[in-house]
Design a protein around this ligand. Structure first.
Ligand SMILES: C[S@@+](CC[C@H](N)C(=O)[O-])C[C@H]1O[C@@H](n2cnc3c(N)ncnc32)[C@H](O)[C@@H]1O
Length: 204
């Protein structure tokens, strides 16, 4: 007899971390409007990674309505840290700003409205953690900016790396001498899509 839990997908679906009313409302809004937010598993993972690495300066690429940004800002709140989050859609940025205010996190988060590459070109580091969640075809281009903006030992987290568009990013981050990277294929309930890859990399 196998010593594995039978039907692990059903089993792990029951262990999705709890959320407050604001996050649940943002999940419902995202479901209705087809906004691809990270959902509660990656959200909690971002919180844990940011808290465990004591990240004070966090960079996020792809704000949408601010769902993942709320997890990141809550993680760095105890360190009086800040999240800089980049979003090219002005309407989304306004919605995110309202949500950060509802969460009482407006002093922790700065939204920069514009194309992520253009904004990053103007930015100075060092950041402790960067989270990639923009168009997947743009991940490879964002990598060199992250290499400049992350401190040595800084953590890079990339969502949706099982998308075809992330192929170049996956190959470069795995082979480049400035990164140590691991790719994880995961079950991610309420993520879009629910089975997808995540990449964790450290800037060495
Ligand atoms: C997957 S959604 C982000 C979801 C968000 N991280 C969350 O989980 O709550 C991607 C967002 O990135 C924005 N975006 C895509 N490409 C971008 C780029 N090159 N520069 C800035 N924003 C971009 C889109 O407008 C969209 O709102």
């Amino acid at each position: 007899m196998s010593n594995m839990i039978p039907n692990p997908e059903a089993y792990f679906r029951k262990l999705v971390p709890p959320r407050d009313a604001l996050l649940v409302a943002l999940e419902e809004e995202a479901r209705q409007e087809g906004i691809p937010i990270v959902g509660p598993v990656v959200g909690e993972l971002l919180f844990i990674l940011a808290r465990a690495t004591q990240a004070r300066q966090i960079l996020e690429l792809g704000t949408a309505t601010g769902y993942s940004g709320i997890y990141l800002a809550r993680a760095c709140d105890v360190f009086e840290g800040r999240v800089v989050t980049l979003e090219r859609d002005g309407g989304m940025a306004r919605r995110a700003q309202a949500n950060f205010e509802k969460a009482g996190l407006e002093n922790r988060v700065e939204i920069l409205v514009g194309d992520a590459f253009e904004e990053m070109t103007k930015m100075q580091g060092p950041f402790d953690l960067a989270f990639l969640d923009i168009d997947k075809e743009s991940y490879a281009g964002a990598l060199s900016h992250c290499e400049r903006l992350l401190k040595p030992g800084g953590l890079l987290v990339a969502d949706n790396v099982a998308f075809r568009g992330a192929d170049e990013f996956n190959r470069v981050v795995s082979a480049h001498s400035h990164w140590r990277a691991v790719h994880l294929l995961s079950l991610l309930p309420q993520h879009s899509p629910e089975k997808d890859g995540l990449c964790l990399a450290v800037r060495v």
